[in-house]
Write a protein that binds this ligand. Structure first.
Ligand SMILES: *Cc1c(COP(=O)(O)O)cnc(C)c1O
Length: 410
């Protein structure tokens, strides 16, 4: 974002159907960061330097609830709070239950571990051939580039590594991971994650992408990041100029709620899309944040307008202290059921449960096959009506489904 066009951005027609902001970013800035300039706000380094982390930072901006205040005052042994001024401008100053606030301000419930919850529920530490590289699937690896994020999500699946130091962007650790990829020709897809790779300086990212691009068998590079949502200032023209030299490069952007889709975010996604980077979104299903068809429909439709294709909807991982965020699995199926057919197919993500203990992603779909009636399969459409599909006489009929006599079809 260039400083000169920033104030006007807020005046652009707001994304249709998206929630409005409480305050214009310029008003928020003047009130809470007096003395800072328009250029400061648009500078991602300034945003990082001025992150809100403590009770005193946050109580200047919102009315803290008792559980928020207490959780923020407990310093040791848990994921620290970290919120960019930009993302803080989306918080409701009064309502502790607001989606954006719930996602980033800790509360005391976070310190409660319930049954089945773990610090490393996906067993990533056991599927790492070298530190910070997870090789679970045959043809792709997950590269934890850094242990740092600009904004810490309270439901983070990797809170065990965030700012702990072991996954810091250390050149020696990177070398070992790159050497593993070099000697493993089955790896054709490298997914850079973390932490958030876009908290790294352009030069470091450029170096890493360059090293990986030089490996013959690596066909596709991917970056997983939440920066476009929480720090859209990060997506500078310099960054996109650098990234486009490494095609085919794909990006998975973490979005959680339609309130995140501001004009600034739309511009950041537009820049990435204009650089030819196919954009997918990953969303965690979160209780009290996005666990309804209505909110999720706004999110996925808004993402398509930002040229981002909804990719995954994740069942929330059983991370320690996550109970307040977790829905049952049926909720995810209900949401998919409420999207499929009712809106563009491009807007419908895959609903997946990442199986505890390293089982990987398991995709779930609402049941659409009711059964067989002779050679016909009986299927349910999005409106709940039944239809027959005649299977070819040459083929042996499907036997996966039970015979159901005399179904009433449309
Ligand atoms: C999610 C994930 C990937 C990427 O999976 P895709 O389905 O290809 O997006 C790779 N490795 C690990 C360990 C993962 O969790």
């Amino acid at each position: 974002m260039t400083p000169s066009n920033f104030p006007q951005l807020f005046l652009f027609p707001h994304l249709r159907g998206q929630p409005r902001r409480n305050t214009a970013p310029s008003e928020f800035q003047a009130k809470h960061f007096p003395g800072s300039t328009v250029e400061d706000w648009a500078d991602w380094h300034w945003q990082l330097k001025n992150r809100l982390r403590t009770v005193s930072d946050l109580e200047r901006i919102v009315q803290l609830s008792a559980p928020e205040r207490e959780a923020l005052s407990r310093r040791r042994g848990h994921l620290p709070a970290s919120i960019t001024p930009y993302y803080a401008s989306l918080m409701d100053p009064k309502d502790a239950g607001q989606a954006i606030r719930r996602a980033v301000i800790p509360v005391t419930a976070e310190f409660v571990r319930t049954k089945g919850e773990e610090d490393d529920p996906l067993g990533e530490d056991h599927t790492s051939p070298v530190p910070g590289l997870v090789h679970r699937y045959p043809d792709r690896v997950l590269f934890l580039t850094t242990d740092h994020c600009s904004v810490n999500c309270r439901y983070c699946t990797r809170s065990r590594v965030i700012d702990h130091g072991e996954m810091a962007p250390d050149p020696k650790r990177w070398d070992r991971a790159i050497e593993y990829i070099e000697r493993t020709p089955t790896v054709r897809d490298v997914l850079l994650s973390g932490g958030d790779p876009l908290t790294l300086p352009d030069e470091r990212l450029d170096y890493l992408l360059g090293r990986l691009r030089r490996i013959r068998h690596v066909e596709v590079l991917r970056i997983g990041t939440k920066s476009p949502a929480v720090l859209p200032q990060r997506v500078t023209p310099q960054l996109t100029r650098m990234l486009r030299r490494y095609h085919p490069l794909w990006m998975s952007l973490h979005f959680m709620h339609p309130a995140e889709l501001t004009p600034e975010v739309q511009q950041a996604c537009g820049r990435l899309a204009d650089a030819g980077i196919p954009l997918g979104s990953q969303t965690v299903l979160l209780k009290g944040i996005n666990d309804s068809v209505e909110v999720m429909k706004k999110l996925v439709q808004g993402l398509l307008r930002c040229r981002v294709r909804p990719y995954y909807l994740y069942q929330c991982d059983p991370i320690t202290g996550s109970e307040r965020f977790r829905t049952n699995v049926e909720k995810g199926l209900e949401i998919i059921q409420g999207l499929r057919g009712f809106t563009s197919g491009y807007a419908v993500p895959h609903f997946v449960v990442d199986a505890p203990a390293g089982g990987g992603k398991i995709a779930l779909l609402p049941d659409a096959v009711l059964g067989r009636d002779g050679r016909d399969l009986v299927l349910r459409n999005y409106e709940g009506r039944l239809f027959r599909y005649p299977e070819p006489a040459e083929e042996s009929p499907s036997t996966t489904w039970p015979l159901i006599p005399q179904p009433t079809c449309s």
